[in-house]
Write a protein that binds this ligand. Sequence first.
Ligand SMILES: [Zn+2]
Length: 418
Amino acid sequence: MVNNMGKNGHEDRVSVKQNLRKKLIIKTLIEAAEPVSVAEITKKTSSNYPTINSLLSQLKEEEIVTELGLGESTGGRRPTLYRLNNEKLLFAGIEVGHTNNLLIIMNIENRVIHSITTDSREIIASKNPLKMLADSCHNQLISYLEGAGIPRENLQGVGIGFSGDLFKHFSGTKENDLEVLHRVERKLSMLMKIPVLIDIDVKLMTRAEKWFGKLKNVNNGLCINLTWGIGLGVIMGGTIQQGAHGHLEFGHITVREDGDLCYCGKRGCLETIASGHELEKKAREKILAGEKTMLTEMIKGDVDRLEEDIIVTAALEGDIFSIELITEAAKVLGVQVANLIKLFDPEKIVINGTLSRAGRLLLNPIRTEVDKRALYYTKESVPIETSDLGKTAIALGAASMHIHEFLKDSTSDIVKFI
Ligand SMILES: [Zn+2]
């Protein structure tokens, strides 16, 4: 009896060790981002060839890894190459927005295989928005997987991005701290029957820029989410910063001491001048006051249909009214971007979000204000560019959360690949 227990204890330890080694193999394959040979994995995991070979066979049986055939010879026999099974390792990313939710499914090689946008307003207005969000996302995921003939268990995890104010609404508290975040994660995981990780939208957008976008290989960079609200993501020393309490804030910095009242309860915030919701408000007021614009036709005279995206489209089509709205916002934003440059000394600034689609119409006034305020010893101007990730940036960042958590701590059981 005692012997048996001892034996089981030994077997447990062996399987724990084996699992850790398997996780290291998976980590090596994710980081390599290309097919790798047994010899290379052995080297990178500081292990021995027979062990890696046997574990790879197990991972192949578990359908985590696939064999890719023979690679180029480096003198001897051509090596067998391995990669992660991109059909089995799928992740969903969801951006919860004020009017729309964007849901994507991405494979382990960062390729988006499915994307769907749905109206979010009914969910936000419902009595139990968290439950309704979970049900809606769960149904969309299941319906896609079943339709595509993909087993449900191939979906390894879901990442969700909220704006700060929407997170408060969905969590039902005034707090945005980590404790609340983890509580909501647990609740959503339970409701959706799958591991769920959550983060604030601009941090996920910054993560996406760092991994797939224009902040790749940038150690000190800023990412501005210019959309319904205004968010800031900060990369310093190669890592995404969140401040002591996760409350790093840009949209609600005071720009005019006795300015308009903001929805946050304070006066004169940046968002009361330069955000998408402020542009919508201004456009609505001016249209009702009888100003001429292409927008009136585009919204068929119904100001309730007015959205920031429509204003950008009208501006790009040459509507002076919309161009002026964007220019005024961009000037104010430019002054604050100049401040950010002085505070953070970044290598590059990337702007994403709905208003970034305005491109030069937005960037030129920002550049002018920044250059006016650049210090004499600033030898080169900091590049300020719009993102090329477009609307999927936050959902991409959300979908990659589980992969990044795993890479950060591949011994942890929070993120389960095996
Ligand atoms: Zn505010």
